[in-house]
Design a protein around this ligand. Structure first.
Ligand code: 6GU
Length: 246
């Protein structure tokens, strides 16, 4: 997969050299290209923003540097990328969208600062590309770079061969399957006793059926406590009599 990211803070994206994403890049599974938007400015001060038409607070990112940057990036590859525009006004970034984006061969991210990018840029590329305006949650950040780090990590770990164990995202919270609609429950490792605290006995029983039932009950309990909206929203057929007793 190829990823292009256009930003005025290339150094903000240095975490993409670390850990899972860094290793996927080193192995050649991910081709990440970070571009400084100011390289497509022509004035002495490398201006990327200006005051908003109609008045109001803050600044708006000028269309011309974005247009020149995106035209050059689009011309540098084959086919059409999906363009991901991080904005608090976007559609929610969900595991389902992460899966969908992980299936595209090429993504271009356009994290903005200030009050966002001149609308005509989104319209211009919306005529040529699949453009997704995406938000990572109901809070406002100072720019789209942290959301890009979040989205790239969620997408990269879904690519074939990037996670060591392909089974390890089958039971992720939000993954489709038997535990769909439930968050993951608690996990334990050695030692069997730590500061006087033991582990649930069922996990030592070797009884796979009982362990699966216990995990499901814990997942249900945690979801009921932390995200009751997920249970409200789910298909009632996803829950059995035992769930309803919790
Ligand atoms: Cl994608 N951008 C900004 N600036 N704030 C956000 C966001 C994105 N998602 C949630 N808050």
């Amino acid at each position: 997969m190829r990823l292009d990211i256009v930003t005025i803070f290339p150094e903000y994206l240095e975490p993409l050299n670390v850990s899972l994403v860094g290793k996927a890049r080193a192995r050649g599974q991910l081709d990440v290209r970070i571009h400084d938007l100011r390289e497509w400015t022509h004035d002495k001060h490398h201006t990327v923003d200006d005051t908003p038409y109609g008045g109001g607070p803050g600044m708006v990112m000028k269309p011309e540097p974005w247009g020149e940057a995106l035209d050059e990036i689009l011309a540098s590859g084959d086919g059409r990328p999906v363009m991901v525009v991080p904005t608090p006004s976007g559609a929610p970034f969900t595991q389902q969208l992460a899966v969908e984006l992980s299936e595209a061969p090429w993504l271009v991210f356009t994290p903005a600062r200030y009050e966002g990018i001149d609308r005509r840029v989104i319209e211009e590329y919306g005529d040529r590309l699949d453009v997704r305006e995406v938000s990572i949650g109901d809070y406002v950040l100072a720019g789209g770079e942290a959301p890009v780090l979040v989205m790239v990590e969620a997408i990269a770990r879904l690519l074939p061969g990037v996670l060591g164990n392909a089974a390890s995202h089958q039971d992720d919270s939000f993954a489709p399957g038997a535990m769909a609609d439930l968050l993951e429950g608690p996990v334990y490792t050695k030692p069997p006793e730590w500061r006087g605290r033991t582990i649930p006995e069922v996990l030592l029983s070797g009884h796979h059926g009982k362990i699966a039932r216990w995990r499901r009950d814990e997942a249900f309990r945690r979801t009921d406590r932390n995200r009751p909206d997920l249970i409200e929203r789910a298909d009632p057929a996803a829950f059995d009599k035992k769930d309803r007793e919790i």
